[in-house]
Design a protein around this ligand. Structure first.
Ligand SMILES: [Mg+2]
Length: 361
């Protein structure tokens, strides 16, 4: 093919696509919950922040529960499913204890595949963890002198050096080590504090190896949920790309990132290919609303990619990302910008990005 015929072919190929960019929302636009049988939700940053419900979360989840099963997935190992369910009930949700899946439950499921039934297990952590270890028929110890068959480690506010030292002494014998999760931070009422990842890291420094991890973004916690609720047509909603969305991707289910918690536009635009959500929403009402399709065309004159979501259009010119048309919903601009950047195959640090694309903070 000559250069000229290649160009003609390319223009013909691209022109019809260009004409497809037009209607902002069509009847084909379905909502994120259309066709779903199961809604799985992260808690902090999705359902509540501290003691307060996030606006529209309770009503939107209640409405979803009329049409499908709902489950709650939390990496927080310090609380029992019972206390989590109670808190959710106080916020106005209808929840059973079985609908709450915690990282200790997933960790104990992993443990059961590693050591004989009724083994002695050294526990680093609080009641959220000891209760699950005992429920599974294991014997809890706090001392390496009891020759434990494994160590299980989760966050609790009173985990101290002595507990970390006992874990290290026990692990030097080469026994299995399971961590509920490795979140580096934990949001608490007074701010952000060191999470279980930092405590696991302290033990790792002493023993020179890493644990098997149960919580998001690992799949064990999703497998625990699937064992209870089934797997088909599940949507997971979370507020963190590196745990929630990456975990859902690894578990092979669809995901929605809601911008009411940790990650905002800037993080979305920079998301690597392992932590890109299926849907991006402002708040949980949008689970029930039409989700405009992402349309892409090539400018026949410049060859630039044009990405449209709703009324918003973003232009990708080489490594320059600009807002062509803002429309009236920031979420559409963000979605168009994300599609432009993610589809470019270029790394975020090599791009010139219009600040309007991350003006949500
Ligand atoms: Mg969260």
């Amino acid at each position: 093919m000559t250069v000229l015929s290649k160009l003609t072919w390319w223009l013909r190929k691209m022109m019809p696509i260009q004409t497809k960019i037009a209607p902002a929302m069509t009847s084909r636009d379905t909502s994120p919950l259309d066709g779903m049988n199961l809604l799985l939700a992260d808690l902090d940053g999705v359902v509540y922040t501290g003691a307060l419900a996030i606006p529209h979360a309770v009503e939107s989840i209640t409405r979803a529960a009329e049409q499908m099963r709902v489950g709650y997935i939390t990496n927080n190992a310090s609380r029992t499913p019972h206390s989590v369910a109670e808190q959710l009930m106080q916020l106005g949700l209808t929840v059973t204890v079985e609908e709450v899946v915690t990282s200790p439950q997933a960790a104990v499921r992993l443990l059961a595949g590693m050591v004989p039934a009724e083994s002695v297990i050294l526990v680093v952590g609080g009641e959220g963890l000891t209760s699950e270890v005992e429920k599974a028929g294991f014997v809890v110890t706090r001392s390496a002198d009891d020759s434990p068959a494994a160590v299980i480690q989760g966050f609790a506010p009173d985990v101290d050096w002595k507990q970390l030292a006992e874990a290290s002494f026990a692990l030097h014998a080469g026994i299995p080590w399971v961590a509920t999760n490795t979140d580096w931070t934990i949001p608490v009422a007074r701010g952000v504090a060191p999470g279980n990842g930092t405590l696991v890291s302290a033990v790792h420094t002493a023993v020179g190896r890493l644990p098997v991890v149960a919580g998001k973004p690992e799949v064990a916690i999703f497998e625990e949920a699937f064992a209870r609720f089934g797997t088909s047509h599940a949507l997971f909603i979370g507020d963190r790309l590196d745990t929630d969305i990456m975990g859902a991707n690894r578990a092979g289910i669809q995901s929605a990132l809601v911008l009411t918690g940790i990650d905002r536009a800037k993080q979305v635009l920079a998301a690597d290919k392992h932590s890109r959500p299926t849907f991006i929403i402002d708040d949980l009402r949008q689970l029930h609303e039409p989700y405009p399709e992402t349309r892409e065309a090539v400018d026949p004159v410049t060859g630039h990619r044009l990405i449209q979501v709703g009324e918003a259009v973003v232009r990708m010119a080489g490594n320059v990302v600009t807002i062509e048309k803002a429309g009236d919903r920031f979420i559409d601009v963000l979605r168009a910008g994300s599609a432009a950047i993610w589809g470019s195959g270029l790394a975020i640090y090599g791009l010139e990005v219009d600040p309007g694309l991350y003006a949500d903070a």
